[in-house]
Design a protein around this ligand. Structure first.
Ligand SMILES: C[S@@+](CC[C@H](N)C(=O)[O-])C[C@H]1O[C@@H](n2cnc3c(N)ncnc32)[C@H](O)[C@@H]1O
Length: 167
């Protein structure tokens, strides 16, 4: 969509999305992926190596919010694309940080933002749901992005993802 060369991913799990994203990078592209669980990170690192993407992808282990200051200190970014798919309660914080570390024209994509429609149930106080409402309020109020949320229905149920383009 935008010819991304630098990608930041929140939530690696086994590296499935990581590998898809990394395969789309051009020569010289880089992807940093943040994973809290060391066991998952190890599985992902193996899978990424098997996919011959070890030189493209860096898996960083630890809670993402704790890793972000280090990333910023290292001067990481600006990223062309961010994929937010970690602990859902922190999506708004990941979005806010990302907005400050992407280039104009970048995309920020967040997964699992509809949650079986619970998004619109204001009595639902689950932190992961409340966070998706807050995230949409951020999108609506933020003049630096144009965004849309796409609802999906599939084998894993009713959910959706948001795509925000940074202007
Ligand atoms: C939905 S899964 C990621 C799936 C992966 N992006 C994919 O599509 O193949 C969410 C991942 O986020 C990780 N996670 C949870 N809390 C986290 C945190 N605070 N920081 C970083 N990763 C976290 C989980 O361990 C889990 O592996």
């Amino acid at each position: 969509m935008i010819g991304a060369k630098t990608i930041l991913e929140f939530g690696t799990l086994g590296g499935y999305s990581t590998i898809w994203l990394a395969r789309a990078l051009p020569e010289g592209g880089r992807l940093v992926t943040l994973e809290a669980n060391p066991d998952y990170a190890a599985v992902a690192a193996d899978s990424i190596a098997s996919a011959d993407l070890g030189d493209v992808v860096e898996v960083r282990v630890g809670p993402a919010l704790e890793q972000l200051p280090q990333l910023a200190n290292e001067g990481a970014g600006p990223f062309d694309l961010v994929f937010i798919d970690a602990d859902k309660a922190n999506t708004p914080d990941y979005f806010a940080w990302s907005l400050e570390h992407v280039r104009p024209g970048a995309l920020i994509i967040a997964d699992n933002v509809i949650r079986d429609g619970r998004l619109v149930d204001h009595d639902d106080e689950d932190p992961a749901i409340v966070a998706q409402r807050r995230f949409h309020e951020q999108l609506a109020a933020e003049s630096r992005v144009e965004a849309t949320t796409v609802q999906t229905v599939g084998g894993k149920g009713y959910d959706g993802f948001s795509v925000a383009r940074v202007v």
